[in-house]
Structures are given as C-alpha cells and as structure tokens.
Write a protein that binds this ligand. Sequence first.
Ligand code: AMP
Ligand code: ZN
Length: 463
Amino acid sequence: MFLYDTKMRKKVEIQPLSETLKVYACGPTVYRDAHVGNMRTFLLNDLIHRTALAKGWKVKLIQNITDVGHMVDDTDLGTEDKMLEQSKKEDLTALAIAKKYEAKFHQDLNRLNILPATSYPKASETIDLMVQLIQKLIDKKHAYQGADGSVFFDARSFSEYGAISGNRLADLKPGHKFETEVDDNKKFHADWALWKLAPPTRTQLIWDTPWGSGFPGWHIECSAMSLDLLGDEIDIHTGGIDLRFPHHEDERAQSNAASEKEVVKHWVHAEHLLFEGRKMSKSSQNVVLVEDLINKGLNPLSLRLVFLEHRYRQQLDLTWNTLQAADKTLTRWYRLIAELKKVCQPVVDEEYLSQIKGFIENDLDTVNAILTLREVEKSTSISNEVKLHTFLSAEKWLGLGFDQDFIEKEVNFSEAVLNLAAERKVARANKDWKKSDELREQLSALGVEVLDTAKGQELNQLP
Ligand code: AMP
Ligand code: ZN
C-alpha cells in the first residue's frame, strides 16, 4: 500500500513495522456535533483501515476523544476551553457534554460505515499518563515550569522542529497565527503549554499535579495516549490538514523528545472539505451534519460515495446537487445488486477487482476505483455473475453498503401528484409533448422528478 507522507513530501510504500499496522488518528473534540468535514477526515482512517485488512494485515487503530484542553482559538492563551464554553451554553457539565457528543460521533461513524477503531481513549481519563509524560520531559530538560507555574515545552530543545509543516522555529515570529498575545510566562514565544494552571474561575476539568491544580494542553494528550496504546513505533498518524501545525509538530516534538527516537513513521493528512466554496467550519457558518442529509431523505452513504469520488488529499467543494446525484447512483447500484442476486450467483473473477485494489493501494485512489465500478455496471460484455461478484467484493474497500439488503423506498405520492402523472401519461400517449413538458414542470414544482424510462414514466421524490 502506498500513501502520501506529508513529512517526506512524497508517496511512500507502507510496510508495517511489526506484525500489526499501528495507526493513530486524531479524533473529535466532543463539544458539538462533528460536521461532514470532520467526517471526511475520519473516513481517511477507515480507508487505510479497510485497505490494510483487505491485504490481510492486522490493524490497531486508536482514535482519541478530546474532552479537555482544546481551546476556543486553538492557542494556549487567553481563551476558554471549548468544552467549558459549551458547558455554559447548554447548562450541562463538561462531562455530560462530552458524553452526549461522543455518542453522536459514534452514531455518525456507524451511519457512514466507518469500521470501529480498536479503542477510543478519552483525554480526561488519561491524565495520569500525561502527568508522567510531562515529568519525563521535565527530567530530560525538554520542558520547564514557567513564571506562573504552568509547564511549557522548550521548543528550542528539539532541533528538528517543523519537519512536517515546514514551519521552522527560526521563521516563527512572536505573534504568528497561533499566538495572539505574548505570554511572559514562557522563555521563548514558540514554546507551548503542556500543563496549565487553572484560573480560580475554573471549576470543572481540573486535576491536582505536582505543578498545581490545572489541566493539560491539547497537544500532550495525543502524545500520551499514542505512546501508551501504540508504543514508540507507530506506522501512521492521521488528521486533517490543519493539524499539521502546530498540533502535529508539537506532538512529534513531545513524543520524539520523550522516546529519543522518531516515533511516527508516516504522517498522513486529509484535505479540507469546503461547502459553497469555503472551508466547512463553525466559524464560517456553513456546517452540514450527517443528520441534515438524513432529514433531506438522503442515504448517509451518499456522502461516503461523494468523498470516494474525490481524492482524500484534494479539497472538495460539496453541494447538495452532488449529494443527490450520489444518492441516485447508490440506489441504482443497490437495485442492480438486488436484481442480479435474483437471477444468478456470483462467479469469482478477479480482473476488475484487481484493478480496484490496484487503485486503492495507490494512495487511496478511490476516484478511479469508483470509475471502474461504473464501467462494470455499464458494460455489456461482463457477465451478470462477474458483475455481482465485483460489486459484492469491492465492498471490503469501499464500504458503500453493497452487502446490505436493499429495500425499495416506499413513497406515497399525494393524490395531486398521481393525477398530474396520470394526465402526463395520457399526454405522452397522444404525443402532446408541450402538455407533457408542462406537466413535468408542475410535478417538479411539487418536488417530484419524472423519468421516462423503457418501462414508462417513473416518479422520484426529490429530497
Ligand atoms: P475537531 O473536532 O475540531 O478537533 O476536528 C476533528 C478533525 O476534523 C481534525 O482532524 C480536523 O483537522 C478535521 N477537520 C476540521 N474541519 C475540517 C474540514 N472542513 N474538512 C476536513 N477535515 C476537517
Ligand atoms: Zn491529536
């Protein structure tokens, strides 16, 4: 399997360092519903997971749940913890907020057919690991207690800082993007907090430590959880492209400094999902949830298909039209599989599957894998038996629900719709195309699309 390694800046062959492929995926901050942009990044883990399983590899995939330490503007300074801000908004404890949104995160993973990770450690339940790691970094002179008692990582003690993102320390000026104010407690402007002392106003999510009562920084969480659960030889670390810097740079510095070795072999990042031309994010107010798709009558797996129709490391501008088209394609494929199952048995033929496998293993080229499937669907020379086998077996990489029983959606059209459709049928029989077009328009205004197929007129409820 080949993947694009952000740090090496090239596509590289993945060869597991041990019997089991070890993958660490930065998970959600559970202060709100994950939007479909987050889900695109989480799908990257699933594609790696499924491809490795299909190769017969064992996989240990750890995805953390951030329920403390992630600040509102991603910096160390000044702002509130995202969990605490939401706790105030919803008048629930931070732990109740975490529980609520973690459950919804798992529900969304399930809706998108994302295979479960080996475990989902929570930051708030692994504070002891962070404390041990911070102490180790202090002992090794990579961390120090600042003027206010908070503990900071000494960025200049890690000479290789910046290899993932290209943001070298020498180029990071005070007041850069992730540092809105100068913190006098630090020795150097690019140092970051590992343990922060809690202000007196903070009443939740605080723990006692040798350095005082406080809470962890966001970056130390991932180092502590990944080193504990995967050890100091990790094959792949994933995340969205925005995590390259500072999150992954800081994580790499902490893990490598503590372990005195290069801990993560490959860093792999998913590009952003845009919606209506802008990065999907809460601040852009263009957030779409998996739930929104369902409410519009769309199969959530249509989102998965749209993602697969675009390469994970290219930006994708999502629209409702693309989702609707993918929903139709999926229904057509489910119908095809159901009909083929009625008339034949699958017959093993690896020709198209080996093409699909080749594309997927080539840096997750799902775009060409899906195109191959479209060719198989349309082909008049491929037998039904081979078509059925190809679709059913491609499921292991694609996860599009080809193995599920298909139940045709029951749509109860209103009497008005049925009357117009009947009128249109008569108009067409009389070759009155003008009238038939007018009736199509009227049906469309009622949210019903008309398709003229070989079997006659078909009605489709538009989402
Ligand atoms: P968060 O819950 O904010 O910690 O983000 C969870 C994951 O989603 C991270 O890996 C982010 O990089 C990723 N992410 C955030 N916004 C987007 C987006 N618009 N498209 C793709 N991934 C995103
Ligand atoms: Zn992380």
